[in-house]
Write a protein that binds this ligand. Structure first.
Ligand code: ZN
Length: 112
């Protein structure tokens, strides 16, 4: 599999959206958990998040996975993840993200 990095702008936009979605979900469902500001920084990954929204441990893991998979998506143009034939997410995260999307997707159409 050839790995190709999409333009930074696109990745940044998608990472931003993923962050917003996971944060909406965590806000609504995990407020009673211990939560810390999300941060994301890895060598060779062109996305950096500092002082992101507060997330619980599970949502932090999910969002990190989602951003990494987004960065390494090699399909161009990138299809909607829902319609993608490849399903690059690990199964556990795929299930979690589906729940997050189902919750946050419809709610994010307004108030962007
Ligand atoms: Zn959470």
């Amino acid at each position: 599999m050839k790995i190709q990095i999409h333009s930074d702008e696109e990745i940044r936009r998608d990472s931003d959206k993923l962050t917003r979605f996971v944060s909406m979900y965590c806000d609504a469902h995990h407020r009673n958990r211990e939560r810390k500001p999300f941060s994301f920084q890895y060598e060779k990954i062109p996305v950096v998040v500092r002082d992101g929204p507060s997330l619980c441990k599970d949502c932090t893991r999910l969002l990190r996975h989602a951003i990494v998979m987004r960065v390494y998506c090699h399909l161009d143009p990138k299809p909607k993840c829902r319609k993608c034939p490849e399903h690059c997410y690990r199964p556990k995260y795929r299930d979690e993200m589906e729940v997050v999307m189902r919750y946050a997707g419809p709610r994010s159409l307004f108030g962007r």
